[in-house]
Design a protein around this ligand. Structure first.
Ligand SMILES: O=C1O[C@H](COP(=O)(O)O)[C@@H](O)[C@H](O)[C@H]1O
Length: 239
């Protein structure tokens, strides 16, 4: 699949780069610019990021940007329910790569709280997010090749609840059969309503998956990322 063969929905913009570093820098520019504007308008701004392997160069680039980071709330869109010293911890990834350099003074709100399972820890996570202002300002999503985004997995029994457009909860526990760990995720409403949303992708396989996702935008339960392929979304992709 070539980028030129991809037809994105109307109002979705794409930035296709040659390398992951080039795209990471472009995304860091866009995010830092948006946060700077929000920090002129509001007391605090929020930045919601994804985990996995794709965001690493973006985190490193963004951590060096000049912003009043002490007024930025950073949180993950989703987390694996593992301890912070587990290599699968998205929290560890964010602490070691984003909350560094100039971003060291940002406030981090953790989706991983005490509890043997995300269901057990759910109330503590809600308490952690209690004073987070909505709508969220900046949201950076990733995507898996099964069409999941955040921890909204097609095979999660809790998907209908977490993807309910009227869902009253900001977070939900998900237990996808395909995944080794239980998950915690922001639900559709706070993710859908973010002021700036980017989908950050790396690899030819992700381009194929995106092409599949845009081919049938209605079937969001089969590929939850489809819920975000709407006007205003910015796609950042590199091989
Ligand atoms: O499990 C997850 O996967 C997706 C995609 O990760 P990547 O390694 O393919 O970049 C990520 O967006 C999500 O936050 C994470 O929990």
């Amino acid at each position: 699949m070539k980028t030129s063969d991809l037809t994105l929905p109307e109002g979705v913009q794409a930035r296709f780069g040659e390398t992951p570093d080039e795209v990471a820098l472009a995304l860091a520019d866009a995010v830092a610019g948006f946060l700077a504007v929000r920090l002129r308008e509001a007391t605090r701004a929020s930045l919601v990021v994804s985990g996995g392997s794709t965001p690493l160069p973006f985190f490193r680039a963004l951590s060096g940007r000049d912003l009043d980071w002490s007024r930025v709330d950073v949180l993950l869109a989703d987390e694996r329910w593992v301890s912070e010293d587990d290599p699968a911890s998205n929290t560890q990834l964010v602490r070691e790569n984003l909350l560094q350099n100039k971003a060291v003074s940002a406030r981090f709100l953790s989706l991983k709280q005490p509890g043997a399972t995300p269901s057990e820890g759910l109330e503590a996570v809600k308490a952690e997010l209690a004073d987070l202002a909505l709508p969220l300002d900046v949201l950076i999503l990733g995507m898996g090749n099964d069409g999941h985004t955040a921890s909204l997995f097609p095979d999660a029994p809790e998907l209908a609840h977490a993807m309910d457009p009227q869902c009253q909860e900001i977070v939900a526990a998900t237990t996808p059969a395909s995944q080794p760990q239980k998950r915690i995720t922001l639900t559709l409403p706070p993710l859908r309503d973010a002021r700036f949303t980017a989908l950050h992708l790396r690899g030819e396989d992700k381009l194929d998956t995106l092409s599949q996702a845009v081919s049938d935008l209605e079937s969001v339960m089969q590929m939850p990322v489809r819920a975000f392929l709407k006007p205003g979304l910015q796609v950042f992709w590199s091989p």
